[in-house]
Design a protein around this ligand. Sequence first.
Ligand code: TYD
Length: 201
Amino acid sequence: MTFEGLDGSGKSTLASGLASELEKRGIPALLTREPGGTTLGQGIRSLLLDGVEMTPISELFLFLADRSEHMSQVIQPTLNAGVVVLCDRHADSTVVYQGYARGIDIQLLRDLNVIATLGVKPDVTFLLDMDVETALKRQLDANRLGSQTESFYQAVRAGFLAEADHEPERWRTLDASRSPEELLNQALEQLEHLRQRRAES
Ligand code: TYD
C-alpha cells in the first residue's frame, strides 16, 4: 500500500502508525519510502533535496532510478516473502509532481512508471487530502523540493484528486485535517473493508 499527498499532509505519520498497528496484530510489515528506500536511493534523495540545480527531466530520471532500485531490491522481494509493504510516496507522486505540476506528459510518466515498478501497482493508495494553505503552514522542512510556490501545490493537490477519481478502486481519500488518531482509525477501517471484500470474492 502507498501513501500520497501534499508535503506536510501527515502521510508519514499515518504510514508509520499503520505499520506499528499491523505489527501489533501479528501481520509482518515493512515501512519504506521514496525517494530513499535503498542505499542508492539515499544518495539520490540527497541529490534531490540538497539544492543541486537540475532540469525537470533530470529530476524525473532520478526519481525513476530511485523507484527502479527500490522496486527490484526491496519492494518486490518483500512482497514475495508475504510481508505487507507500506511505502511513503511512490509512482503516483511522479505522475502528480512531474506531470500535473511540472507539465511533463502524463501518459509518458505512466509508461515510465510501468518500467520502474516492474508493472506492480499498490493494492491500496491512501491520499491525505488537505487545503494547500494548511499544508504550507505545516511544512517544517524548507528543502529544495519542499519549497515551491502556492500554485505548484494547488496543481499537486488537484492532480492527486484527479488521479483518485480516475482509479477509485485503488485510492482511499482521507481528510488530512483530522487528528492522527482519527486518520489511523479511518485507515484501519478501510483496510478491514478491503480484507472482508477480498475474503468474500
Ligand atoms: P520528502 O521529504 O520525502 O517529502 P514528504 O515528507 O513531503 O513526503 O520529499 C520528497 C519530495 O519529492 C516531495 O516534495 C515530493 C517530491 N517527489 C516528486 O516530485 N516526485 C516523486 O516521484 C516523488 C517520490 C517525490
